[in-house]
Each structure stands twice: as C-alpha cells, then as structure tokens.
Design a protein around this ligand. Structure first.
Ligand code: GLN
Length: 233
C-alpha cells in the first residue's frame, strides 16, 4: 500500500443512477452529481487520479470487497453492519429512508395500507433493509431491484405500490417530475460516507477526509450541494 495517495490512480466504484448523487447528464452523457463532484474535486486537490466506474449499488460494494475497486462513493449509508467490512470516511451528507407511491394513488397513505401489496427497494440498500423490517408487521412483500429506474417504473406501472428509497433522492426525483409522492415520515439515520475495504487503502481514505475537510472549510462543499439541490436543500 502506498504511503500517500498523491500521484496514485484509484478505481472508484459508484451506482448507475442515484440522482442527485450520481447520474448521467441528459445532454452530455457525463456522469455527474454531488458524489462525482466531491470525488473529482478532492482527487484534484489532493493530487491523485480517479477512474470512476458506474457499476450499480450492490455491484459497487462487491467490487470493493473483491479488490476490483479501491473505493466506493454511491450515497452509501454508514452502518454498523457495513463497518465490519468497510472503513468509512467522515460523513458528508445526512440522509435516511422514506416511502413513496404513485402521485395519483390515494389508496396508500401509510404502512398500514400495504397489507397484501408489493413494494420495491434497491438490492443491498438501507431502503431494502428498512422495508424488510416492516414487511412482516404490516403483511407486505418486498422485491429487490438493482436499478433506481426500474424501481420507479414499477411503481408508476403499478407492479409495485410503493418504493423505499433515500429521502434526498426521492425529493430530487419528485421535483424533476418523476410522478411519485412521499407518504410517510422520514426514517432517521443514515449518513453517507466514502468507503474502502476494511484495512485497505488507508492513505486514500485519509486523503478523502483531508480533502473533504478543506472543501467544507472553504465553501466548495456548499457550492457543490447548491449546484444540485439549489433551494430544495
Ligand atoms: N443510502 C442507501 C444505502 O447505502 C442507498 C444507496 C444507493 O442506492 N446508491 O444503502
């Protein structure tokens, strides 16, 4: 392991679509978003290079675990369970899970209306874990899907009645007119962190933390958030 990140090139895995954290700019096709801007700006300032791979959430976590990627930035929640296999950076965004339904659906107003229904959430995500925790009590079925686009489409075409996802992502999508609405309170908890495999790439983690602290101190962090969240933050 190199003593310092400077001069190194790291493979960084991310989700395919998790707007506003990572998504393809519709006009340029470039991978953009809060995570991408943070990672690229930190790399530039700390003097290392990144090769970003848009793999999907579960695939990104697996790539780091198997050593195919050096780090993951994917709106990834810092959890005690994940700390067993990953080392996390300082938290960089406060998040949590919420439930959304189709905007024109007035039949689901809360978990109690889910009896006998199917909900969707992303494979390997905290949204999935939260849905699974509630499923038995409220008598609904949870289906795991790999891609955000498929999750949202399932709710719009009513093959599922609801989606469990992170609230900043739901809010952003709804604001962009994705045809959904949120119907439950936010489930608190779930700050985002950049992660490396446990015990690996500690110099990369240190450089990320150092860069993040500098971006937070000089206002660049706020500018990046503003670019994607504007007044909604
Ligand atoms: N924050 C959630 C998690 O870590 C979802 C991340 C994602 O879908 N990219 O499980």
């Amino acid at each position: 392991m190199p003593a310092q990140a400077e001069g190194e090139t790291y493979v960084i895995a991310t989700d395919t679509t998790f707007a506003p954290f990572e998504f393809r700019d519709p006009s340029t096709g470039d991978l953009v978003g809060i995570d991408m801007d943070l990672m690229n700006t930190i790399a530039e300032r700390e003097g290392f290079s990144v090769d970003i791979r848009s793999l999907g959430f579960q695939a990104a976590l697996s790539a780091v675990q198997s050593g195919q990627a050096d780090g993951v930035i994917a709106g990834m929640s810092i959890t005690d369970e994940r700390k067993e296999i990953f080392d996390f950076s300082e938290p960089y965004f406060e998040s949590g899970v919420q439930m959304a339904v189709a905007a024109n659906d007035d039949s689901i107003e809360g978990y109690a209306d889910l009896a006998g229904e199917t909900v969707v959430a992303k494979s390997g995500s905290e949204g999935l874990a939260e849905a699974e925790k509630l499923a038995e009590e409220y008598g609904f079925t949870v289906k795991a899907l790999d891609q955000s686009a498929t999750m949202y489409e399932s709710v719009k075409n009513q093959s599922a009645v609801a989606v469990f996802d992170d609230y900043p992502v739901l809010a952003y999508g709804i604001d962009q007119g994705n045809g959904l609405k949120v119907v439950t309170e936010k489930i608190p908890g779930g700050e985002y962190g950049f992660a490396v495999a446990k015990g690996e790439n500690s110099e990369l983690l240190a450089a990320f933390n150092d860069g993040l602290a500098k971006l937070q101190a000089d206002g660049t962090y706020d500018e990046i958030l503003d670019t994607y969240l504007g007044d909604s933050e």
